[in-house]
Design a protein around this ligand. Structure first.
Ligand code: ADP
Ligand code: MG
Length: 254
């Protein structure tokens, strides 16, 4: 573990309810630079909501979030963060979704350069150069001019990853990015994630690919009812689970 300066994001006691349904009940996680963290847990345990709180697609009702120089104390927040604040936050915390969310009427390249041009103010030429490097990185250098509907699910997801990388975020969140794919397409996306991890990309992944999570992660968190029931190294959490609940959860995936 590095110094405090190496903390990219710190979430403390995050709380979020929808109506009377408390989905996050005090979830805490601190992410070091270059760390890879996987979050596992049953459907409905709050994994997606937690990720969405980290880039404030959902605004928590309690707890604190520190990202770089910015600290948000949600129990004291009197009004929602301004759009400019949210834009700054989301530039630093990228997200890739289960269902890709590509712009259907833009080519792969146009999807990738949109953010760098519109938000980062890069020149179209610069953005396209970087975009091509990113397409090479995800193995799609020959797909720049294809539209999403012309691509397979695995290819779409790799474009979505390239699009997130193009913003050069401090941290990227991946929410079950292989869950919607046909089984034969899962491997090509996992390979890209593994390469990113090896390059030192700071990332949090929600995944049901337990063996993969154990392989690439520095730490694994097991979420139960909106809080981390276990959080530690893969050796601890996946190979030496403490709770009966985690033992039973892992049995379903092996
Ligand atoms: P997971 O990703 O672990 O499957 P989610 O975070 O998606 O879990 O959901 C946790 C719980 O929160 C579920 O019961 C879900 O129905 C509920 N939930 C999530 N988003 C909303 C929302 N926007 N409005 C109401 N309930 C929601
Ligand atoms: Mg989810």
């Amino acid at each position: 573990m590095g110094s405090a300066d190496d903390v990219v994001l710190e979430a403390v006691d995050i709380r979020k309810a929808f109506g009377t349904h408390e989905v996050l009940c005090g979830a805490s996680l601190s992410v070091q630079r270059q760390e890879v963290i996987s979050i596992i847990g049953s459907s409905g345990s709050g994994k997606s909501t937690f990720l969405r709180c980290l880039n404030m697609l959902e605004i928590p009702q309690g707890g604190q979030l520190r990202i770089g120089a910015e600290t948000y104390d949600f129990s004291r927040l009197r009004r929602p963060p301004r759009d400019a604040q949210l834009a700054r936050l989301r530039r630093n915390v990228g997200m890739v979704f289960q269902h890709f969310n590509l712009f259907p009427h833009k080519t792969a390249m146009e999807n990738i350069v949109e953010g760098p041009i519109q938000v980062l103010g890069e020149s179209p030429k610069q953005a396209r150069e970087t975009g091509m490097e990113l397409l090479v990185k995800v193995g799609l250098q020959d797909k720049a001019d294809q539209y999403p509907q012309q691509l397979s699910g695995g290819q779409k997801q790799r474009v979505a990853i390239a699009r997130a990388l193009a913003m050069r975020p401090e941290l990227i969140l991946f929410d079950e990015v292989t869950s919607a794919l046909d089984p034969e397409l899962v491997g090509e996306v996992l390979t890209v994630l593994k390469d990113l991890a090896a390059e030192g990309t700071t990332m949090i992944l929600v995944t049901h690919e337990i063996a993969f999570a154990a392989d690439i992660s520095d730490r694994v968190g097991f979420m139960v009812d909106g809080t981390f029931a276990e959080l530690g190294t893969p050796q601890d959490v996946i190979y030496n689970p403490k709770s009966e609940r985690l033992v039973r959860f892992l049995e379903r995936f092996t």
